[in-house]
Write a protein that binds this ligand. Structure first.
Ligand code: T5A
Length: 202
């Protein structure tokens, strides 16, 4: 019988280094690398709508439903079949981002956000979520020039998002590990590999 793959997710604010670290870990584990919103052809189209459609003035609930619509397709078409086939998956963002951004950031009721996530994932949850945590000032520097609709939200919004991530990490301490992401990319990658090795011994 095939052993199910491991599902490992990177979470954090913009500029925390997820897109730098996720490929390094995926290569180390020979895992499938993917991202959210996106990961499949249709979910990437939804990503375009979500991130580059300032002119459409999406309502917060529309944003939530599009995030989870992209996830539903991503889970059914790519993540679940890959895990079932025995390959590890490393994903840049997942449901934690929806709770942090649409729940804590936009202020939608958390119970609605959780239900929407469950509808999209059919209960699939990461085996391990690595939260890359950066002081707000450093995150703002790394974010640099604003490039998409959600990044363009103000500093207060991004602080609420980080508070959401930190709350989730505290509440789910067995499945979330926080990594201080202030070191060089190589130093952070080393910390991440050590966490995975400690959890699974590989
Ligand atoms: N979103 C997403 C929601 O609102 N709800 C959801 O449910 C989901 C899934 C996604 C947007 O969608 C939102 C969140 C986001 O706003 P995105 O473009 O994928 O958009 O945004 P991010 O995931 O935030 O991607 P970023 O590229 O902005 O940030 P990363 O990936 O955290 O950071 P990274 O690795 O690109 O690094 C940023 C810069 O810092 C440097 C890099 O070279 C780069 O220049 N850097 C470092 N510098 C020094 N030391 C290090 N250790 C460094 N690591 C990286």
């Amino acid at each position: 019988m095939t052993t199910r793959g491991r599902f490992i997710v990177f979470e954090g604010g913009e500029g925390s280094g997820k897109s730098t670290q996720a490929p390094l870990l995926a290569e180390h584990l020979d895992a499938l690398l993917t991202r959210e919103p996106g990961g499949t052809a249709s979910a990437e189209r939804i990503r375009e709508l979500l991130l580059h459609s300032g002119d459409l003035h999406l309502a917060d609930r529309t944003e939530l439903l599009l995030m989870v619509a992209a996830r539903a397709q991503h889970v059914v078409e790519l993540i679940e079949p890959t895990l079932s086939a025995g390959r590890d998956v490393v994903c840049d963002r997942f449901s934690g981002s929806t709770i942090a951004y649409q729940g804590y950031g936009r202020g939608l009721p958390l119970e609605d956000v959780v239900v929407a996530c469950e509808l999209a994932t059919l209960g699939l949850a990461p085996d391990l979520t690595i939260l890359l945590d950066l002081p707000d000032s450093l995150a703002a520097t790394r974010r640099g020039t604003v490039s998409d609709r959600i990044e363009a939200a103000g500093d207060d919004f991004h602080q609420r998002v980080m508070e959401g991530f930190r709350t989730l990490a505290r509440a789910e301490g067995d499945r979330w590990i926080t990594v201080e992401a202030t070191g060089t990319p190589d130093e952070v990658a080393e910390l991440v590999r050590a966490i995975v090795a400690e959890r699974w011994g590989s």
